[in-house]
Ligand binder design. Structure first.
Ligand SMILES: [Fe+2]
Ligand SMILES: [Fe+2]
Length: 161
């Protein structure tokens, strides 16, 4: 009975603030999809920093380690937002890609960054549909971070034969 009342109150709140439950549901699912991607990126960079070998180890390790921190901050932001929406943030990363050579690691990382940009762009549209402009702006900043990551990786890869 008490549970039912809480649920009814929640339904009322949703309609009071003008947001549709369908938009909210889609947004939370999308944010959890992105969170799984941030955990995947974080683990990937951490793993690559450890297993990397060769003459570029120092430079690439420094780069990968800096990425771990950025991706962790992205993950924290998304988990905070999902929790603030009253839902459960996922703890499951997508699978870490397998790569053993420095170049293959950079190529794998580039795929992750492009995916993150595409995912967050989709989320920006959902945040807008949901009427959360603050979230839209925060996601835009996150897209700016991922774009910088992507461009830096492209710079590493340019002319690497
Ligand atoms: Fe990220
Ligand atoms: Fe990134």
């Amino acid at each position: 009975m008490a549970t039912q009342t809480v649920k009814e109150n929640r339904e009322r709140t949703r309609s009071d603030d003008g947001t549709s439950p369908a938009d909210r549901q889609a947004l939370v699912e999308g944010l959890n999809h992105d969170l799984a991607g941030e955990y995947q990126s974080m683990l990937t960079y951490l793993h690559f920093a450890s297993t990397l070998t060769g003459p570029f180890r120092k430079e690439l390790r420094d780069f990968f380690r800096a990425e771990v921190t950025d991706e962790m901050n992205h993950a924290q932001f998304l988990a905070d937002k999902i929790a603030a929406l009253g839902e459960e943030p996922t703890t499951r990363p997508r699978e870490v890609p397998s790569a053993h050579e420095p170049r293959a690691m950079l190529e794998a990382a580039l795929v992750l960054e492009k995916q993150a940009i595409a995912d967050h762009n989709e989320r920006i549209e959902q945040a807008e549909a949901f009427g959360d402009i603050g979230l839209k702006v925060d996601l835009e900043n996150q897209v700016a971070d991922e774009t910088r990551h992507k461009e830096e990786i492209e710079r590493f890869l340019a002319g690497w034969h």
